[in-house]
Design a protein around this ligand. Structure first.
Ligand code: HSE
Length: 306
Protein backbone atom coordinates (compact mmCIF):
# COMPACT_ATOMS: atom_id res chain seq x y z
CA UNK A 1 0.00 0.00 0.00
CA UNK A 2 1.31 3.44 -0.86
CA UNK A 3 2.00 5.77 2.01
CA UNK A 4 2.17 8.85 -0.24
CA UNK A 5 0.15 11.70 1.23
CA UNK A 6 0.47 10.47 4.81
CA UNK A 7 1.80 12.91 7.34
CA UNK A 8 2.97 12.29 10.90
CA UNK A 9 4.11 14.35 13.88
CA UNK A 10 7.05 12.94 15.84
CA UNK A 11 8.46 13.98 19.21
CA UNK A 12 11.64 12.51 20.68
CA UNK A 13 13.18 13.21 24.10
CA UNK A 14 16.77 14.00 24.97
CA UNK A 15 18.55 11.30 26.92
CA UNK A 16 21.34 10.98 29.40
CA UNK A 17 23.30 7.72 29.21
CA UNK A 18 25.50 6.00 31.82
CA UNK A 19 24.12 7.88 34.89
CA UNK A 20 27.52 7.40 36.55
CA UNK A 21 28.13 3.69 37.14
CA UNK A 22 25.87 2.25 34.44
CA UNK A 23 28.35 2.64 31.59
CA UNK A 24 26.89 1.58 28.22
CA UNK A 25 23.84 0.20 30.07
CA UNK A 26 21.61 2.71 31.87
CA UNK A 27 19.84 5.66 30.27
CA UNK A 28 17.24 8.23 31.25
CA UNK A 29 14.80 10.11 29.02
CA UNK A 30 14.52 13.84 29.74
CA UNK A 31 11.83 16.46 29.04
CA UNK A 32 13.68 18.29 26.26
CA UNK A 33 12.47 17.46 22.76
CA UNK A 34 13.11 17.46 19.04
CA UNK A 35 9.77 17.79 17.23
CA UNK A 36 9.19 16.99 13.58
CA UNK A 37 6.53 16.60 10.94
CA UNK A 38 7.21 14.16 8.14
CA UNK A 39 5.17 14.06 4.94
CA UNK A 40 5.38 11.19 2.45
CA UNK A 41 5.44 12.61 -1.08
CA UNK A 42 5.42 11.20 -4.59
CA UNK A 43 8.55 13.14 -5.50
CA UNK A 44 11.75 11.09 -5.73
CA UNK A 45 13.77 13.19 -3.29
CA UNK A 46 13.95 13.96 0.42
CA UNK A 47 13.85 17.57 1.55
CA UNK A 48 14.49 18.81 5.08
CA UNK A 49 13.85 22.14 6.81
CA UNK A 50 15.32 22.74 10.26
CA UNK A 51 14.63 25.42 12.85
CA UNK A 52 16.24 25.64 16.27
CA UNK A 53 19.34 23.59 17.08
CA UNK A 54 21.26 22.50 13.97
CA UNK A 55 19.66 25.04 11.60
CA UNK A 56 22.26 25.98 8.98
CA UNK A 57 24.49 23.09 10.07
CA UNK A 58 22.84 19.76 9.36
CA UNK A 59 22.28 18.24 5.89
CA UNK A 60 18.96 19.03 4.22
CA UNK A 61 18.73 16.04 1.90
CA UNK A 62 18.60 12.26 2.21
CA UNK A 63 21.94 12.29 4.05
CA UNK A 64 20.30 14.09 6.98
CA UNK A 65 20.39 11.70 9.97
CA UNK A 66 16.60 11.75 10.47
CA UNK A 67 16.05 11.16 6.75
CA UNK A 68 18.65 8.41 6.37
CA UNK A 69 17.29 6.66 9.49
CA UNK A 70 13.74 6.78 8.08
CA UNK A 71 14.99 5.39 4.74
CA UNK A 72 16.96 2.65 6.55
CA UNK A 73 13.81 1.69 8.47
CA UNK A 74 11.77 1.33 5.26
CA UNK A 75 14.60 -0.86 3.90
CA UNK A 76 14.81 -2.92 7.13
CA UNK A 77 11.14 -3.90 6.81
CA UNK A 78 11.38 -4.33 3.03
CA UNK A 79 9.03 -1.52 2.11
CA UNK A 80 9.52 0.92 -0.70
CA UNK A 81 10.38 4.33 0.71
CA UNK A 82 8.40 7.33 -0.51
CA UNK A 83 9.86 10.78 -1.07
CA UNK A 84 9.71 12.77 2.13
CA UNK A 85 9.54 16.32 3.36
CA UNK A 86 10.79 16.68 6.92
CA UNK A 87 10.29 19.78 9.05
CA UNK A 88 12.31 19.62 12.26
CA UNK A 89 12.26 21.93 15.24
CA UNK A 90 15.15 20.85 17.41
CA UNK A 91 15.90 21.69 21.03
CA UNK A 92 18.43 18.99 21.95
CA UNK A 93 21.92 20.50 21.74
CA UNK A 94 24.42 18.68 19.55
CA UNK A 95 27.66 17.10 20.76
CA UNK A 96 26.92 17.65 24.47
CA UNK A 97 26.13 14.13 25.70
CA UNK A 98 22.36 14.60 25.64
CA UNK A 99 21.57 12.05 22.96
CA UNK A 100 20.98 14.34 19.97
CA UNK A 101 22.19 11.81 17.40
CA UNK A 102 20.20 9.04 19.08
CA UNK A 103 17.16 11.33 19.01
CA UNK A 104 17.64 12.00 15.28
CA UNK A 105 17.92 8.27 14.55
CA UNK A 106 14.86 7.51 16.68
CA UNK A 107 12.93 10.36 15.02
CA UNK A 108 13.55 8.83 11.59
CA UNK A 109 12.55 5.36 12.79
CA UNK A 110 9.41 6.69 14.50
CA UNK A 111 8.46 8.62 11.35
CA UNK A 112 8.81 5.49 9.19
CA UNK A 113 6.80 3.50 11.74
CA UNK A 114 4.07 6.14 11.73
CA UNK A 115 3.95 6.33 7.93
CA UNK A 116 3.72 2.51 7.76
CA UNK A 117 0.96 2.29 10.39
CA UNK A 118 -1.45 -0.49 9.39
CA UNK A 119 1.03 -1.98 6.91
CA UNK A 120 3.94 -3.07 9.11
CA UNK A 121 3.87 -3.76 12.84
CA UNK A 122 7.05 -2.99 14.72
CA UNK A 123 7.94 -4.81 17.93
CA UNK A 124 9.96 -2.98 20.58
CA UNK A 125 12.89 -5.33 19.93
CA UNK A 126 12.78 -4.54 16.20
CA UNK A 127 12.74 -0.78 16.88
CA UNK A 128 15.66 -1.09 19.31
CA UNK A 129 17.56 -3.34 16.88
CA UNK A 130 17.26 -0.86 14.00
CA UNK A 131 18.10 2.11 16.24
CA UNK A 132 21.13 0.42 17.81
CA UNK A 133 22.49 -0.63 14.44
CA UNK A 134 22.18 2.92 13.12
CA UNK A 135 23.41 4.75 16.22
CA UNK A 136 25.72 2.23 17.83
CA UNK A 137 24.74 2.76 21.48
CA UNK A 138 21.65 0.89 22.79
CA UNK A 139 21.93 2.79 26.09
CA UNK A 140 21.34 6.04 24.17
CA UNK A 141 18.50 4.97 21.92
CA UNK A 142 16.52 2.81 24.40
CA UNK A 143 15.38 5.76 26.57
CA UNK A 144 14.71 7.91 23.47
CA UNK A 145 12.46 5.16 22.09
CA UNK A 146 10.71 4.04 25.27
CA UNK A 147 11.13 6.79 27.89
CA UNK A 148 11.78 6.43 31.63
CA UNK A 149 14.87 4.73 32.97
CA UNK A 150 16.13 1.99 30.69
CA UNK A 151 18.51 -0.90 31.18
CA UNK A 152 19.94 -1.94 27.80
CA UNK A 153 21.96 -5.05 27.09
CA UNK A 154 22.99 -7.02 24.05
CA UNK A 155 22.26 -10.73 24.01
CA UNK A 156 22.77 -13.43 21.40
CA UNK A 157 19.55 -12.25 19.74
CA UNK A 158 20.57 -8.58 19.61
CA UNK A 159 19.97 -5.52 21.77
CA UNK A 160 17.22 -5.72 24.39
CA UNK A 161 15.90 -3.35 27.04
CA UNK A 162 13.90 -3.11 30.24
CA UNK A 163 12.02 0.11 30.92
CA UNK A 164 11.54 1.22 34.53
CA UNK A 165 9.58 4.13 35.96
CA UNK A 166 11.73 6.27 38.27
CA UNK A 167 10.47 7.52 41.64
CA UNK A 168 8.60 10.82 41.26
CA UNK A 169 11.11 12.50 43.56
CA UNK A 170 13.99 12.05 41.09
CA UNK A 171 14.57 15.57 39.78
CA UNK A 172 17.09 15.91 36.95
CA UNK A 173 19.17 19.05 36.54
CA UNK A 174 21.41 19.36 33.49
CA UNK A 175 24.34 21.73 33.04
CA UNK A 176 25.24 22.34 29.39
CA UNK A 177 28.51 24.03 28.36
CA UNK A 178 29.27 25.91 25.14
CA UNK A 179 31.89 23.35 24.16
CA UNK A 180 31.23 20.03 22.43
CA UNK A 181 32.90 16.63 22.60
CA UNK A 182 32.47 13.76 20.17
CA UNK A 183 31.54 10.36 21.56
CA UNK A 184 34.29 8.84 19.41
CA UNK A 185 36.96 10.98 21.07
CA UNK A 186 35.61 10.16 24.54
CA UNK A 187 35.63 6.44 23.74
CA UNK A 188 39.23 6.59 22.51
CA UNK A 189 40.22 7.51 26.06
CA UNK A 190 38.73 4.36 27.56
CA UNK A 191 41.26 1.65 28.52
CA UNK A 192 40.79 -1.85 27.11
CA UNK A 193 41.16 -3.44 30.56
CA UNK A 194 40.11 -2.17 33.99
CA UNK A 195 41.07 -3.39 37.47
CA UNK A 196 38.79 -6.12 38.81
CA UNK A 197 38.18 -4.09 41.96
CA UNK A 198 36.91 -1.18 39.84
CA UNK A 199 34.54 -3.49 37.99
CA UNK A 200 33.18 -4.74 41.35
CA UNK A 201 32.85 -1.13 42.53
CA UNK A 202 30.67 -0.31 39.52
CA UNK A 203 28.60 -3.48 39.79
CA UNK A 204 27.63 -2.51 43.34
CA UNK A 205 26.89 1.11 42.48
CA UNK A 206 24.84 0.37 39.37
CA UNK A 207 22.73 -2.19 41.25
CA UNK A 208 22.23 0.41 43.98
CA UNK A 209 21.41 3.05 41.37
CA UNK A 210 18.42 1.09 40.08
CA UNK A 211 17.11 0.86 43.67
CA UNK A 212 17.81 4.56 44.28
CA UNK A 213 16.08 5.63 41.06
CA UNK A 214 12.99 3.50 41.75
CA UNK A 215 12.55 3.54 45.50
CA UNK A 216 15.20 5.42 47.45
CA UNK A 217 16.28 8.71 45.84
CA UNK A 218 18.11 9.59 49.08
CA UNK A 219 20.73 7.01 48.04
CA UNK A 220 21.47 8.72 44.72
CA UNK A 221 24.71 10.30 45.89
CA UNK A 222 26.34 6.95 46.77
CA UNK A 223 24.66 5.24 43.84
CA UNK A 224 26.16 7.59 41.23
CA UNK A 225 29.82 6.82 41.98
CA UNK A 226 31.81 5.43 39.05
CA UNK A 227 35.29 4.13 38.30
CA UNK A 228 34.85 2.85 34.75
CA UNK A 229 34.70 5.89 32.49
CA UNK A 230 34.55 9.39 33.95
CA UNK A 231 38.11 9.67 35.27
CA UNK A 232 39.57 8.25 32.03
CA UNK A 233 37.75 10.87 29.98
CA UNK A 234 38.31 13.88 32.23
CA UNK A 235 41.34 15.16 30.24
CA UNK A 236 38.97 15.78 27.30
CA UNK A 237 36.54 17.77 29.48
CA UNK A 238 38.44 19.24 32.45
CA UNK A 239 35.78 21.86 33.26
CA UNK A 240 33.18 19.11 33.42
CA UNK A 241 35.34 17.10 35.82
CA UNK A 242 36.00 20.19 37.98
CA UNK A 243 32.34 21.18 38.12
CA UNK A 244 31.23 17.63 38.97
CA UNK A 245 33.84 17.63 41.78
CA UNK A 246 32.44 20.97 43.01
CA UNK A 247 28.88 19.66 42.99
CA UNK A 248 29.77 16.36 44.65
CA UNK A 249 31.81 18.16 47.33
CA UNK A 250 28.53 19.88 48.23
CA UNK A 251 26.62 16.60 48.30
CA UNK A 252 24.93 16.75 44.87
CA UNK A 253 24.78 13.49 42.86
CA UNK A 254 26.48 14.84 39.71
CA UNK A 255 27.75 12.71 36.82
CA UNK A 256 28.88 13.19 33.23
CA UNK A 257 25.84 13.04 30.94
CA UNK A 258 26.49 10.36 28.31
CA UNK A 259 29.92 10.86 26.78
CA UNK A 260 29.91 14.51 27.97
CA UNK A 261 30.61 17.30 28.28
CA UNK A 262 27.22 18.11 29.88
CA UNK A 263 26.58 17.28 33.52
CA UNK A 264 23.53 15.48 34.91
CA UNK A 265 22.60 15.99 38.57
CA UNK A 266 20.04 13.51 39.87
CA UNK A 267 18.58 15.55 42.73
CA UNK A 268 16.27 13.72 45.13
CA UNK A 269 13.72 16.51 45.12
CA UNK A 270 12.99 19.57 42.98
CA UNK A 271 14.06 22.00 45.74
CA UNK A 272 17.78 21.13 45.61
CA UNK A 273 18.12 22.19 42.02
CA UNK A 274 18.05 25.94 42.50
CA UNK A 275 20.80 25.70 45.13
CA UNK A 276 22.92 23.51 42.85
CA UNK A 277 22.44 25.92 39.94
CA UNK A 278 23.43 28.87 42.15
CA UNK A 279 26.55 27.03 43.31
CA UNK A 280 27.67 26.39 39.75
CA UNK A 281 26.82 29.90 38.62
CA UNK A 282 28.82 31.36 41.49
CA UNK A 283 31.87 29.09 41.54
CA UNK A 284 32.41 27.26 38.24
CA UNK A 285 35.22 28.44 35.96
CA UNK A 286 33.10 28.56 32.80
CA UNK A 287 29.48 29.48 32.09
CA UNK A 288 26.97 26.62 32.17
CA UNK A 289 23.36 26.70 30.98
CA UNK A 290 21.26 25.08 33.71
CA UNK A 291 18.10 23.21 32.67
CA UNK A 292 15.70 21.87 35.29
CA UNK A 293 14.02 18.97 33.53
CA UNK A 294 11.59 16.20 34.32
CA UNK A 295 11.98 12.53 33.55
CA UNK A 296 10.17 11.80 30.28
CA UNK A 297 7.99 8.74 30.85
CA UNK A 298 6.73 8.26 27.27
CA UNK A 299 9.71 8.15 24.94
CA UNK A 300 9.28 8.82 21.22
CA UNK A 301 5.74 9.50 20.09
CA UNK A 302 4.33 9.53 16.58
CA UNK A 303 0.79 10.55 15.66
CA UNK A 304 -0.90 10.86 12.28
CA UNK A 305 -1.74 14.37 11.08
CA UNK A 306 -5.10 14.22 9.29
N1 HSE B 1 27.55 4.95 26.79
C1 HSE B 1 28.07 5.72 25.70
C2 HSE B 1 29.38 6.35 26.10
C3 HSE B 1 27.07 6.76 25.32
O1 HSE B 1 29.47 6.90 27.19
O2 HSE B 1 30.32 6.29 25.32
C4 HSE B 1 27.49 7.49 24.09
O3 HSE B 1 26.65 8.52 23.79
Amino acid sequence: MSVVGRRVAVRVPATSANLGPGFDTLGLALSMYDELTVTATDRPEVTVAVTGVGAGEVALDETNLVASSALATFAAVRQEAPGMHIEAHNSIPHGRGLGSSGAAVVAGIAAAKGLLEGTVSFTEDLLLGIASELEGHPDNVAPALFGGLTIAWTGADGPRHKKLMPHRGVSPLVFIPESTLSTRRARELQPINVPHADAVFNVSRSALLVAAMLQSPELLFHATEDKLHQSYRSSAMPETADTIALLRAHGYPAVVSGAGPSILVLCDGPGDRLEAARLVQGEAAIPWRAEMLAVDFKGATVVPIP
